[in-house]
Design a protein around this ligand. Structure first.
Ligand SMILES: Cc1cc2nc3c(=O)[nH]c(=O)nc-3n(C[C@H](O)[C@H](O)[C@H](O)COP(=O)(O)O)c2cc1C
Length: 358
C-alpha cells in the first residue's frame, strides 16, 4: 500500500498527507484518551499500531489449542504449567491432604499424551512423571474417587524411576547451592558487561553461544513455560541483512559478526491475559544470556526492536517465523575490538530507583 501510494502521488503530496495524519492524531488523541472504551475505539478505527501484535496474539491462542491437541512438539505448555502448579502445591505449608483436583486429570492426560509423542523432550517428561509420582505419594488418594482412579492409571502407565523422583521433585532451601561470590565480587563482575558495538571480525564459536543460552535458560519464567527461543544468525549475508533491520544498529551493523534474535512464542498461551509474558520471560533470559557472554570471552549489545510493521514483516520472513512468534530484541554478539569505544552510560542511583512503600 505504502509503495503504491509512493508511485501514484508526488512526494510533496505524501509529505502533506503525513502531516495531516499527524495533525489528525494530535487532535483525536486527547479526546479518545478519556476512557478505556474510547481508547479501544481509537486504536480500532484510527491507529493500527497494535495490529501485528494482536494478530500474533490471536494466532498464538489458536496455535495453542492445536499444539495441545496434536502434542507433537518437544514441549507442552499446559503440562509445564500444571506440573509447576503441582510442585508449588507440594511445598505448601501446611501441605493440603488433597489439592489440584480441578486440573489433575487434564495434567495426567497431557503427561500420557506426551509420553506417547515421539518428539517430546526427555527431561520434561522425567520432571512431569516425577512430580506426579510424588503428588500421588503425598495426597490422600482415598479422599477422592477421581484420584483413586487416576493413581491406578498412573501406576499402570507411567515410566518413573526412584532416581528421577529424587532429582526432579521439590527439595529444601538448605540443599540449594550456595554462591561463593561476595556482593563486591558480583558487583565487579556486573561491571564487566557493557554494551559493545565494535567487534573483531572473527567467527563466534557456536558452542560458546550454546553455553550462554544454557545459562539463559536458568532465568525465572512465569509458570516455568519459557516461551522463547534464541535465533542465532552467524552466516553472511544473512547476519548483515538482519543486523541492518535494527534502526539502532546504524553505523555499526556491518561490524556485527553474530546477531541473535530473541523470539517470543504466543502459542504457549491459552489466554490473551498472558500476552506480556513473552516479553518479560524473554527479557529475563536475554539478560542472563548477555551476562554469561563475558565469561566466554564474548561481548554484546542489545538492539531495540520497536513495533514497526515493515521491519517486523521483513525479519519474520528472514527468520522464517510463524505468525504467532515475535522478535523481542536483537543482540549483537562478538569478540570485542580492544580499541572500540564504550559509551559511559551513567546509571541512575539506587535512591532514584527505589520507593519504599509503607
Ligand atoms: C532493550 C534495549 C534496547 C537497546 N537498543 C539499542 C540500540 O538499538 N542501539 C544501541 O546502540 N544500543 C542499544 N541498547 C543499549 C543501551 O544503549 C545500553 O544498554 C545503555 O546505554 C546502558 O549501557 P550499558 O549496556 O553499557 O550498561 C539497548 C539496550 C536495551 C536494554
Amino acid at each position: 500500500m505504502r509503495q503504491l501510494l509512493k508511485k501514484i502521488f508526488p512526494s510533496i503530496v505524501i509529505v502533506k498527507l503525513k502531516q495531516f495524519q499527524l495533525y489528525f492524531h494530535h487532535i483525536l488523541a486527547p479526546l479518545f484518551s478519556t476512557s478505556p472504551f474510547l481508547a479501544r475505539l481509537y486504536f480500532a478505527c484510527f491507529n493500527k499500531s497494535y495490529q501485528r501484535e494482536q494478530f500474533a496474539n490471536l494466532s498464538g491462542m489458536v496455535a495453542y489449542k492445536k499444539r495441545i491437541v496434536d502434542n507433537a512438539q518437544p514441549s507442552n505448555p499446559l503440562l509445564r504449567r500444571n506440573i509447576h502448579r503441582i510442585e508449588k502445591g507440594l511445598i505448601m505449608q501446611p501441605l493440603k491432604p488433597v489439592f489440584a483436583l480441578d486440573y489433575i486429570e487434564q495434567t495426567q492426560e497431557a503427561y500420557f499424551s506426551s509420553l506417547n509423542s515421539e518428539n517430546h523432550q526427555h527431561e520434561e517428561l522425567l520432571w512431569a512423571g516425577a512430580v506426579l509420582a510424588k503428588y500421588y505419594n503425598v495426597v490422600n488418594v482415598e479422599q477422592s474417587e477421581l484420584l483413586t482412579k487416576l493413581v491406578k492409571e498412573f501406576e499402570a502407565n507411567s515410566r518413573v524411576t526412584a532416581d528421577a523422583t529424587h532429582k526432579f521433585t521439590p527439595y529444601k532451601n538448605s540443599e540449594l547451592l550456595r554462591s561463593a561470590l561476595s556482593y563486591q565480587e558480583f558487583y565487579d563482575f556486573i561491571q564487566v558487561r557493557r554494551s559493545t558495538r565494535w567487534f573483531k571480525q572473527s567467527n563466534v564459536c557456536r558452542q560458546k553461544i550454546k553455553n550462554a543460552i544454557e545459562l539463559a535458560s536458568q532465568a525465572p519464567s512465569a509458570c516455568n513455560r519459557q516461551p522463547y527461543q534464541f535465533y542465532v544468525v552467524d552466516k553472511k549475508p544473512l547476519v548483515s541483512k538482519v543486523s541492518k533491520l535494527a534502526i539502532g544498529s546504524s553505523g555499526f551493523a556491518d561490524n556485527i559478526p553474530t546477531i541473535v534474535a530473541v523470539v517470543g512464542d504466543y502459542s504457549f498461551y491459552e489466554h490473551e491475559r498472558d500476552r506480556h509474558v513473552i516479553y518479560i520471560d524473554a527479557s529475563l533470559a536475554a539478560m542472563q544470556f548477555m551476562q554469561a557472554l563475558p565469561t566466554l570471552g564474548l561481548s554484546s549489545c542489545p538492539l531495540n526492536w520497536p513495533e514497526l510493521a515493515v521491519q517486523d514483516k521483513k525479519i519474520s520472513k528472514l527468520l522464517k517465523l510463524a505468525d504467532y512468534k515475535r522478535v523481542i530484541m536483537l543482540i549483537a554478539v562478538g569478540e570485542a575490538e580492544e580499541e572500540g569505544g564504550i559509551p559511559f552510560s551513567q546509571k541512575k542511583t539506587s535512591e532514584q530507583l527505589t520507593q519504599f512503600v509503607e
